[in-house]
Design a protein around this ligand. Structure first.
Ligand SMILES: CC/C=C\C/C=C\C/C=C\C/C=C\C/C=C\CCCC(=O)SCCNC(=O)CCNC(=O)[C@H](O)C(C)(C)COP(=O)(O)OP(=O)(O)OC[C@H]1O[C@@H](n2cnc3c(N)ncnc32)[C@H](O)[C@@H]1OP(=O)(O)O
Ligand SMILES: Cc1cc2nc3c(=O)[nH]c(=O)nc-3n(C[C@H](O)[C@H](O)[C@H](O)COP(=O)(O)OP(=O)(O)OC[C@H]3O[C@@H](n4cnc5c(N)ncnc54)[C@H](O)[C@@H]3O)c2cc1C
Length: 674
């Protein structure tokens, strides 16, 4: 047991599940924390952040008005930020994602059922200062930002453009007379829209604007802009700022709009690591790669893979624990109603969610390590690995967010009606994760970025030129025969690669055909984009499958036998699941036969039964404290019905025996007096 409370009464079905789990749960927790030391440190952080009860609300957030919800979120953000500066600061020296260490992130989720209005401050404002400022600029801004003397956000998207950054309309025109930039919003569509915390919370923001100097436009560049008075918080003259209104989720994030009326900022407020404007207005390009100003987005895409893995782990914990205590139907008249976890269809819905959370968690660590290597090379002036990394982070961001949103919704389905309750915790998880598919680069748009890279790599393979590691499999795309099917894990991974190579080849062939028929290159590309997205998706699935498998083999090399077995079962399940989801593609691009696929389906079903006894152990191994789950259905003790009733009784609607609506409307209508 990873979570103990001596006085806790645990639902007998959950207790039984834990008793029959045949592997050491703590060992698996250590694997995903990156070692026992990290687990201990994480727990220390969680104890400090959560044991005081500061994360709790007197009244459930869901019963508050939008204004109360926002103010409550600010209240808790301030408590949390103070903790981060004090108690948590010393403890957070883990192998981490810098300021957005996943461990720190994890405890923050206990404070916020939706999100903190400070999310963008820590998630994008601070990282942009770190990544886009000169050392002198950094030494001025970073201490103030880290100390929360100023609070900022990242305002790039406008009403008219989000995806197409080059189409942004906000202008920053340099005035050499005063050595200032003049920020201006020339149209309604140029108003900044969406930035988190902008509506009411922040007093600074990073603004991405088209830079003009000496009458020439040099494209989009980042600027640091004060928008509210540091003392009174009143918006400064020339600034029009506000909140954008209710959304599907993120309702405590005060996403905002922002317009400028010839608003002046000092020249030094342009972030000048990658490009500079000298006092006389001369533009100097510093960076060797034109897209380095997109660096914060790349950073957040990497962080998001971890973020969605964590949220999927939460949803699967809730749904598996609930499925262990929920009994329904009577397939065998003489026996008691089974736990719904015993239904194979339920296992099919849930075990892929657990395996995907593992796969994405391990891919996120691997992606982070690759990112660190790319950053280290760029420090030395070498940007050669950036295109491959951009292609990789784009597709992993797209697929991880999309798969997680889909599987969280599947976890909700698995919880039947109770999964629809806000108190189950799943709707908030879904609302949060479904937004990640759109922000920081829309799903389709990012997969098309990966497809650009794949097509170029394919052409290099065709010309027998060397290939970068993640696409080296393309070299085998020209053998002329279909890949040989083999149902071993490595065989399935090779088949996924064959599928990605085959789809890329089809795209290239079709584009060439279309161009021969007279289409321009741009139109031929456009007509092929459905298939290009599919090729990029296939490539990404091959990368995830390969990384997941390799990492599990590496990380369990010294594990106990039963941990090895259950981890191997889950990776195999992941591979079988995706092979069975893509039978049509496998028939097109590999030698797989109908019989092979029928056998694979049977092997998959047998695997579900093998994993079944360990299902609760597997989600316990995520080691998610009840405070993080916010769930009536998923708490460690399994007291589901008691918690559902306790929550229902908290509803303000139950405060009065008869609603005012009775005397105002119902009674007059029923008595015919309306
Ligand atoms: C209390 C709280 C505690 C803790 C919190 C801490 C952390 C929290 C953790 C995480 C969460 C953080 C924040 C989350 C919350 C909300 C965040 C939401 C924020 C946003 O959404 S910000 C806005 C993001 N916007 C986008 O992502 C826009 C997407 N569009 C693009 O990226 C680009 O425009 C494009 C890629 C679609 C196209 O760009 P382009 O038109 O300029 O380029 P081309 O298509 O012409 O391509 C030219 C060439 O350049 C290559 N390229 C493009 N981009 C990059 C890149 N980034 N790097 C490298 N190369 C790039 C492209 O591939 C082409 O190459 P080629 O060789 O010519 O093919
Ligand atoms: C909750 C949330 C928080 C956000 N926070 C911030 C923030 O803090 N700061 C910030 O700057 N922004 C923020 N954003 C904005 C976000 O980054 C953009 O919404 C996102 O990048 C998508 O851009 P868009 O809205 O312009 O979509 P669009 O590009 O208009 O997409 C609409 C549709 O068009 C398709 N499409 C667009 N271009 C192409 C193409 N070239 N080829 C094929 N299909 C295409 C898309 O696939 C999609 O189906 C946030 C958004 C959300 C939802």
């Amino acid at each position: 047991m990873t979570q103990t409370n001596n006085n806790m009464t645990v639902n007998p079905d959950l207790a039984m599940e834990r008793a029959k789990c045949n592997f050491n749960v703590l060992e698996v927790t250590h694997i995903f924390d990156g070692g026992e030391r990290n687990t201990l440190q994480r727990k220390k952080i969680e104890d400090v952040a959560l044991n005081s009860g500061a994360s709790k609300d007197a009244l459930g957030e869901e019963h508050m008005s939008p204004k109360e919800k926002y103010e409550n979120a600010v209240r808790k953000s301030c408590i949390y930020a103070t903790m981060m500066k004090n108690e948590l600061a010393e403890l957070s020296g883990l192998e981490s994602f810098g300021v957005s260490s996943p461990v720190i992130r994890r405890t923050a989720d206990a404070f916020f059922k939706e999100v903190s209005p400070f999310l963008l401050h820590l998630g994008m404002f601070v990282p942009t200062i770190m990544g886009q400022c000169t050392p002198e600029q950094q030494s001025y801004w970073l201490p103030r930002a880290l100390d929360m003397q100023i609070i900022g956000t990242y305002a790039q998207t406008e009403l008219g453009h989000g995806t197409f950054i080059r189409g942004l309309e906000t202008t920053a025109t340099y005035d050499p007379e005063t050595e200032e930039f003049v920020l201006h919003s020339p149209t309604l569509s140029s108003y900044k829209w969406w930035a988190g915390g902008l509506g009411k919370t922040v007093n600074y923001c990073i603004v991405v604007a088209q830079l003009y100097t000496k009458g020439e436009c040099h494209g989009t560049h980042p600027f640091i802009v004060q928008i509210r008075d540091e003392d009174t918080h009143v918006p400064l003259p020339g600034i029009k700022v506000g909140e954008i209104g209710p959304k599907m989720g993120f309702n405590t994030a005060d996403n905002g709009f922002l317009g400028f009326d010839h608003y002046r900022i000092p020249r030094e407020h342009m972030l000048m690591k990658n490009a500079q404007v000298l006092k006389d207005g001369t533009y100097v390009k510093v960076a060797r790669h034109g897209k380095l100003t997109y660096g914060t987005m790349v950073f957040v895409r990497v962080v998001l893979v971890n973020e969605v893995a964590f949220n999927l782990a939460k949803a699967s914990t809730i749904a598996v624990r609930y499925s262990a205590i929920r009994r329904q139907s009577k397939p065998k008249p003489d026996e008691v109603e089974p736990q719904i976890l015993d239904y194979v269809t339920q296992q099919h819905k849930l075990f892929i969610a657990i395996a995907t959370a593992h796969a994405l968690q391990l891919c996120s660590t691997w992606l982070w390590e690759s990112f660190s290597a790319v950053l280290a090379q760029m420090k030395g002036g070498n940007t050669d690995t950036l295109p491959e990394f951009h292609a990789l982070s784009s597709c992993l961001k797209a697929i991880s967010t999309s798969d997680s949103a889909h599987l969280i919704e599947q976890c909700r389905h698995a919880c039947g009606g109770h999964g629809y309750m806000i108190s189950s915790g799943i709707p908030n998880l879904y609302n949060f994760v479904s937004a990640t598919r759109t922000y920081e680069g829309d799903y389709t748009v990012l997969l098309l970025q990966t497809a650009r890279f794949l097509v170029k790599a394919y052409e290099q393979a065709e010309a027998k030129k060397p290939l970068t590691p993640t696409v080296s499999y393309l070299a085998h795309a020209f053998s002329g025969s279909r890949a040989t099917w083999d149902n071993s894990p490595d065989g399935i991974i090779r088949s996924f690669q064959a599928l990605a190579a085959g789809k890329t080849a089809v795209c290239v062939t079709n584009m060439r055909k279309r161009m021969r028929a007279g289409l321009s290159q741009v139109d031929a590309w456009e007509m092929s984009t459905i298939q290009l997205v599919a090729a990029a998706e296939a490539h990404c699935r091959a990368v995830i499958a390969d990384t997941y498998r390799k990492e599990i083999v590496r990380l369990t090399a010294n594990s106990s036998p039963n941990v090895k077995v259950v981890m191997d079962q889950l990776t195999t399940l992941y591979l079988y699941y995706w092979a069975l989801e893509r039978t049509g593609d496998l028939l097109m691009f590999t030698s797989v036969s109908q019989k092979d696929l029928v056998d694979l389906q049977i092997a998959y079903e047998e695997l579900l039964l093998k994993i079944r006894p360990n299902a609760v152990g597997l989600v316990d191994a995520f080691d998610l404290r009840d405070e993080l789950l916010h769930s009536t259905l998923g708490s460690y003790d399994g007291r589901v019905y008691e918690r559902l009733m306790e929550e229902a009784l908290k509803s303000p609607m139950n405060k009065e025996p008869v609603s005012d609506a009775y005397s105002k409307y119902l009674r007059p209508m029923m008595k015919g007096k309306l």
